[in-house]
Ligand binder design. Structure first.
Ligand code: GLV
Length: 377
């Protein structure tokens, strides 16, 4: 087992936060941070790993595949991802190489959930178009319905697809909007959580604080989609073969067909959860009121994407994968507060052999299954 000062070499594909990286330097780590704002090429990552690093810090824009794990044979001991999602990392390849990879759960839950609500609000109340009017000197008088009216959120029906950490935070934040919540989770229902929310709502209704619309229930996907005014997605991206309930294109042509005409789709999860071609078709056909998207099938959103079409501009809100983008969430060096802090802690857990050196016991290791035999990294 290594002891401080540590002599580990780490390559970070981005500056994930100076204060957090400084913690590693203070411990004696040798850190190289890719200096550009754009992501390094896959070849460069492979070269850096082949040249010999003990730890690799990655972001969701880096493809970490068999080639990277092969290049790390004999030296690379951990891949620490600065994100909660990890669909850019080939889990089977990591397992074959017996290299633990880590992520940063929980610390971005609140930021992501509140952003989903802000997106929903911005879409429903046409905040972007409204501001544009003022900026472009198009606001010349007040009028009861000119130039635009939004749709009210309070009291409406909201489908929450995915009731893990972020879905639950989204639900907690919805209480003041007194909405009817229809929850669906393709994998696991948290009945206890829903009961707790239902009890709060019942108290609120009884005391007159909340109106009758405030309610919550688990439903099937079809019911949730077909009754909701707003559908908010909070599932991880799981492709066929990665789970008995894959979420790739969960919202496809058929499922969009189940949605109410005039409903809004809000996506802060992962782009490929939605079939963008089917979404575009539904928007064009006037089947949906619109969509507010923070994630895309290809990121950054290509210039040629139909989602940018001028005729859809009032109905499609586009954001740059920014749901977790707060100073606190992205940069705090505190592992209990920020992604940077948690990413660094996760890397240290593996390299410094915390938890008896057993990845299966380390809280932020994702691929624990590769170490269930009690093996060390
Ligand atoms: C981080 O921003 C993530 O989407 O996991």
């Amino acid at each position: 087992m290594a002891a401080p000062p540590y002599r580990f070499r780490v390559f970070a594909t981005a500056d994930i936060g100076r204060e957090a990286l400084a913690i590693l330097q203070q411990q004696g780590y040798e850190i190289e941070v890719y200096p550009q704002l754009e992501a390094p090429s896959h070849d460069l990552i492979v070269d850096k790993v082949r040249a010999g690093v003990d730890g690799l810090i990655t972001t969701l824009r880096d493809r970490i595949d068999t080639e990277v794990f092969e290049a790390g044979k004999g030296r690379l001991r951990v891949v620490a991802q600065d994100a909660v999602g990890f669909d850019n990392i080939d889990r089977a390849a990591a397992n074959r190489a017996r290299i633990p990879f880590t992520h940063t759960p929980e610390v971005l839950t609140e930021a992501t959930a509140e952003f989903a609500w802000f997106m929903l609000g911005a879409a429903a109340r046409q905040l972007w178009a409204s501001e544009q009017l003022v900026r472009e000197q198009q606001w010349r008088f007040w009028h009861p319905y000119y130039p635009l009216l939004g749709t009210e959120v309070t009291g409406k029906t909201v489908a929450v697809i995915g009731t893990g950490r972020i879905g639950q935070a989204f639900i907690r934040k919805s209480l003041g909007f007194e909405v009817r919540l229809l929850c669906h989770d393709p994998v696991r229902q948290d009945a206890e959580f829903v009961q707790k929310v239902a009890r709060l709502q019942a108290e609120g209704r009884k005391s007159g604080l909340l109106r009758a619309s405030a309610s919550i229930a688990y439903t099937g996907l079809r019911e949730a989609l077909s009754e909701a005014d707003f559908v908010s997605l909070h599932v991880p991206l799981l492709r066929a073969g990665e789970s008995p309930a894959p979420t790739y294109h969960l919202i496809d042509d058929e499922r969009i067909g189940w949605m109410r005409t005039g409903a809004w789709l809000i996506n802060t999860s992962r782009g490929p959860v939605v079939d963008e071609a089917a979404l575009l078709q539904a928007l064009r056909a006037g089947r949906l009121a619109g969509a507010a998207l923070d994630v895309y099938e290809t990121e950054p959103l290509p210039e040629t994407s139909g989602l940018r079409a001028a005729d859809l501009v009032q109905r499609v809100r586009l954001y740059p994968h920014a749901a977790s983008a707060t100073i606190e969430t992205r940069l705090s060096p505190d592992p209990e507060r920020g992604m940077a802090g948690r990413c660094v802690q996760a890397l240290r857990d593996v390299l410094e052999a915390n938890y008896g050196g057993q990845p299966a016991r380390m809280p932020y290791v994702v691929n624990k299954e590769a170490f269930q035999d009690g093996g060390t990294a």
